[in-house]
Write a protein that binds this ligand. Structure first.
Ligand code: SF4
Ligand code: SF4
Length: 342
């Protein structure tokens, strides 16, 4: 992988030159405590030091509400314009969120390939950005604090400059389009990068032990801990809504008042919602909150591992930050592990 250096004073010019490659979306500050991915026009809008955005960048590839098609009695089915054919750039994506997109790629390329998702994915380039973990980040435990692929360029902060890893030919084109902004990397920059990487490790305050976790989950299927967490859970679904790897959605029809036309849409769903496992006839397979909480943890740390060989959690900490009941995935996993070793 080729590595070059981008002095920070050249970032603005580089962002301007990137606009030739598509509409840029990057993290911006909404208020003192909230950052979110948004359309940007110049680099001054970008919140380069953000921890985590409210919603992950998956919102551009799997929108919270999306249209599938329109229908009417006269015209039958009509396609809708989604904009997925337009080129876009997600700038400033952290390593954990790039891993989150890789997990969605796995899911949507499975038995039933989601062409709609992959059209958007193909037209979206990713420019990663290094970060400093806070006390809710546990990406190191999940092996997602570093990323080797799934991006076009990756910028690592080395104080006055960024080290830029070029991972694809598109990334190479982006650098070549403004070649004069980039410099060669020397020994000094490599040393700085190593120092910054070591410093980053010192910021981690939170770790979880993944060793034999799927087996522990099986052994603790009947643990009282699930009931205790179920007692606290409000079934609000926030943890799913903010999660970069949750992909469940519901399908519903929106009809015009005269009932002659309508639109079929998708909407993010959550396995924590009371009616998630409600089926025709009124049976609800997970009517208890404890069963729904347990299902979420089993899916991410047991079922997904069995199917894809890794958990569907990237340790971003968003669910910890957003849970109004203060349910913390790290504490839950630690408690389940301790239940198994009493
Ligand atoms: S489960 Fe929580 S920590 Fe893990 S990826 Fe989802 S939001 Fe992030
Ligand atoms: S965010 Fe917390 S309270 Fe809301 S559904 Fe998730 S675990 Fe339950």
């Amino acid at each position: 992988m080729q590595i070059v250096k981008l002095p920070k004073q050249n970032l603005d010019k580089f962002i301007k030159s990137l606009s030739k490659f598509g509409q840029i979306y990057a993290p911006i500050k909404k208020d003192a405590n909230t950052s979110l991915f948004s359309k940007i026009e110049d680099s001054s809008q970008i919140d380069l030091g953000y921890n985590r955005t409210l919603l992950p960048p998956k919102k551009y590839l799997l929108p919270p509400i999306d249209s599938m098609f329109r229908f009417s009695a006269e015209a039958g089915y009509e396609e809708v314009e989604h904009g997925v054919d337009e080129k876009s750039i997600l700038f400033g994506v952290h390593s954990c969120d790039i891993h989150g997109l890789r997990i969605l790629d796995l899911v949507f390329s499975g038995r039933y390939v989601d062409n709609h998702y992959f059209t958007g994915r193909k037209n979206t380039s990713i420019i990663g950005l290094s970060c400093i973990p806070d006390d809710m980040c546990f990406c190191r435990s999940m092996g997602t604090d570093f990323v080797e692929n799934g991006f076009d360029l990756f910028l690592s902060d080395i104080d006055q400059s960024y080290l830029v890893r070029i991972a694809t030919s598109l990334g190479d084109d982006m650098v070549r389009a403004s070649q004069s902004l980039f410099k060669e990397v020397g020994k000094e920059e490599i040393e700085k990068h190593k120092k910054k990487s070591n410093e980053m490790q010192k910021h981690f305050k939170t770790d979880i032990e993944l060793y034999n976790l799927p087996e522990i989950m099986d052994l603790e299927y009947e643990s009282k801990t699930w009931e205790e967490i179920g007692e606290k859970c409000l079934s609000c679904g926030s943890c799913s809504m903010v999660c970069p790897t949750c992909y469940c959605y519901d399908v519903f029809d929106e009809l015009s008042l005269d009932g002659k036309t309508g639109e079929r849409k998708t909407r993010w769903d959550s396995c924590l919602f009371e009616d998630y496992a409600l089926v025709a006839g009124g049976t609800n397979f997970r009517s208890e909150r404890s069963a729904r909480v347990k299902n979420r943890y089993f899916h991410k740390h047991r079922g997904f591992v069995a199917q894809y060989g890794k958990p569907s959690c990237v340790g971003c900490g968003r669910c910890i930050q957003s849970c109004p009941a203060k349910i913390n995935v790290v504490e839950v996993i630690t408690k389940i592990r301790s239940d198994a070793y009493v």
